[in-house]
Write a protein that binds this ligand. Structure first.
Ligand SMILES: [Cu+2]
Length: 155
């Protein structure tokens, strides 16, 4: 009798996931909260073309880690800000005709854009400074217009 050979890939897979999660921070974070510091993590799944969950509630003063996993086929991004900020960014992206338009305003505590490749995970640290309504938006070409957004209610 032959014994089947079993390829063990789990370790390599986990290492790849960790690398993906650690490598996507870049300039996307507004804070410098350390890992495993007790910061609440909110998992958000990106698909073509939606965020899940579509609504998140925070309390003013909360600092949370949004962990975005792209389960779609397309590149997606996450930008957190109020509706005015989102519309401005959408207009900028349209004017630039580019998926990589820089963001020129950071006055209201917005964070992003975080760009997440298909199959990868990235994180944004966000502090909700005051009560109000915010949005998570994806501004890859056509995605915002398609409705790729989620709401954040800060109470
Ligand atoms: Cu998108």
């Amino acid at each position: 009798m032959r014994t089947p050979r079993i390829a063990i890939l789990a370790t390599a897979t986990i290492a790849a996931l960790l690398l993906a999660a650690c490598g996507a921070d870049g300039s996307a974070t507004s804070g410098t909260a350390a890992r495993d510091d007790g910061t609440t993590t909110i998992d958000v799944v990106m698909t073509d073309m939606a965020f899940t969950p579509t609504a998140v509630q925070l309390s003013a003063g909360d600092t949370v880690r949004f962990r975005f996993r792209n389960d779609g086929q397309a590149i997606h991004e996450a930008v957190i800000g109020d509706v005015t900020f989102q519309e401005e960014h959408a207009a900028e992206m349209a004017a630039m005709g580019s998926a990589n338009a820089p963001m020129n305003h950071t006055a209201n505590g917005e964070v992003g854009p975080l760009v997440v490749q298909p199959g990868e995970t990235g994180e944004l640290i966000y502090t909700a400074t005051s009560a109000g309504s915010l949005l998570i938006g994806c501004h890859q070409p056509g995605h915002w217009e398609f409705g790729m957004k989620a709401t954040i209610e800060v109470v």
